[in-house]
Write a protein that binds this ligand. Structure first.
Ligand code: ADP
Length: 463
């Protein structure tokens, strides 16, 4: 039930409810316990007082026969273990007492100091060895004569123990109920927030037309939903505009470029073969192609990173994809004298855009072969990791300085040592944009002098 993360608001609310119920129930229970205890003592004290008044009047009448009968009747058959009567002199010696055998242990001496005739006090005393308590009323009945009447608290204590026992059961029940109620309330309160989070996730995945459809979850949540939907509306508009601008740029740049290319091609055809003019025209055609490719790549990166790219998803075997990419570069590796090897472990199939993934992977292999000197090694491995696959391209090249690593995936970024090699600094940006569009990631591990490893990790479904 509590699978929510440690910091979850629902969990915190639940704990708060449980704590609140616990404290209120425990506090109420303790208060009630003390009130009941005070009430029980008051009843016993009144009982003692009634007894004291009866015996005092017998003592006042100096009727020793009646006194003995009273003591004998109230403590018949070896005495009562819940009641005793003692008459003490000024030194605390017992002059007369009820039958104390039932108490089984000697009763403690209880001070009588400071009592004026007619006054009385109450005291709760421990009965040694018997682990019992007694409530004792001491009164001065005549000069140098004291009457002590005691009542055992055993029954009251047993009652209070039962009270504690049931109190703990009630506390446990209230805590469980409080936790359950807290959980249910927290879930209900969080339902609206979760709906907004779900929609936010879908929008982050590129479904810009998604909206939250939650109403009647309370004013605050409704307000949040309204604000969120307004924001989503705005994002959708901005994205649509961006796509339009991209289309315009693509069109506006591509058209003149195509025209220049066409003119250069014509010039090349008309020029004498091998002439300077023909070479110049040929170079213009090549540069136009390069520029055209750069424009396409930039647009593709922009769309992929903005999440507006439409992936052509198909089920594909990662091993076949890697094998295809390797095949493309076998010739290049041979030409450059680099050993290109692979270690492809079995993995589940994944859903992805074959063309784009192949392009991303090709960029990684192309870089590895481009930056590794002749005689080096490049290994491409494939493995099943967590809920996806990992394709690692490892080379024995020069490695990448730490300062460069942070910028590798920026558009047009090229390492200082790479500037003399062909390239435009867009390869890694594109590879990462493709990984992101598939819900994946690219990371790099590299140390100068120890080669580099680029790892493309992809989930089995773009998510
Ligand atoms: P390009 O290769 O066209 O320069 P990329 O975006 O593919 O652009 O790479 C960016 C930079 O990252 C490169 O200029 C290079 O400095 C560095 N780089 C990429 N791959 C490697 C690698 N395998 N070994 C060393 N440096 C690399």
């Amino acid at each position: 039930m509590f699978s929510a993360a440690k910091g979850s608001v629902a969990l915190r609310l639940t704990l708060f409810y449980a704590l609140f119920f616990g404290i209120v129930t425990a506090g109420g229970g303790i208060l009630l316990y003390h009130l009941v205890r005070i009430h029980l003592l008051e009843e016993i004290d009144q009982d003692l007082l009634r007894q004291q008044q009866g015996i005092s009047s017998i003592l006042a009448a100096h009727d020793s026969h009646a006194l003995k009968t009273e003591l004998a009747s109230s403590t018949a058959d070896g005495g009562r273990e819940d009641y005793f009567v003692r008459i003490l002199d000024a030194e605390g010696r017992v002059e007369l007492s009820s039958d104390l055998r039932a108490w089984r242990v000697p009763l403690p001496s209880i001070p009588t100091d400071g009592l004026e005739i007619g006054q009385h006090t109450y005291l709760t005393v421990e009965i040694p060895d018997a682990r019992r308590q007694a409530r004792v009323l001491t009164s001065a009945v005549a000069p140098g004569r004291y009457l002590q009447i005691g009542l055992s608290l055993a029954d009251s204590m047993a009652f209070l123990r039962h009270f504690q026992h049931y109190g703990l059961i009630i506390l446990g029940t209230m805590l469980s109920l409080g936790t359950l109620a807290g959980w249910a309330l927290a879930r209900k309160a969080m339902a609206g927030v979760e709906a907004v989070t779900g929609a936010a996730d879908r929008i982050a995945d590129g479904h810009f037309s998604d909206r939250v459809r939650v109403v009647g979850q309370g004013r605050e949540i409704d307000h949040l939903v309204h604000t969120f939907n307004r924001m989503a509306e705005h994002v959708q508009t901005v994205m649509a505009e961006m796509r339009q601008v991209n289309d315009h740029i693509a069109h506006d740049l591509r058209s003149p470029l195509t025209r220049i290319r066409g003119l250069a091609e014509n010039a090349a055809i008309q020029a004498a073969p091998g002439s300077e003019r023909a070479e110049l025209a040929g170079s213009i055609v090549e540069e136009c192609d390069r520029l055209g490719q750069m424009i396409n790549t930039m647009l593709e990166i922009a769309e992929a990173e903005a999440g507006v790219q439409r992936l052509a998803l198909t089920h594909l075997e990662p091993a076949a994809l890697v094998a295809q990419a390797l095949e493309l570069y076998e010739g290049v590796a041979d030409e450059r004298g680099i050993a290109l090897s692979s270690d492809l472990q079995p993995t589940p199939s994944l859903e992805g855009d074959r063309r784009r993934l192949l392009r991303a992977l090709a960029n990684l292999i192309d870089n590895a072969l481009k930056y590794t000197p002749a005689g080096g090694r490049v290994e491409v491995s494939l493995a099943h990791k967590d809920n996806g696959v990992e394709i690692a391209v490892r080379d024995s090249g020069p490695g990448i300085p730490a300062a460069d690593v942070a910028h590798l995936f920026e558009r047009f970024y090229r390492g200082d040592r790479s500037r003399h090699l062909p390239g435009n600094g867009l390869g890694l940006s594109l590879a990462r944009a493709v990984a992101h569009a598939h819900g994946g990631e690219i990371r790099v591990e590299s140390h100068p002098g120890e080669g580099s490893t680029f790892v493309l990790s992809l989930p089995l479904t773009p998510g």
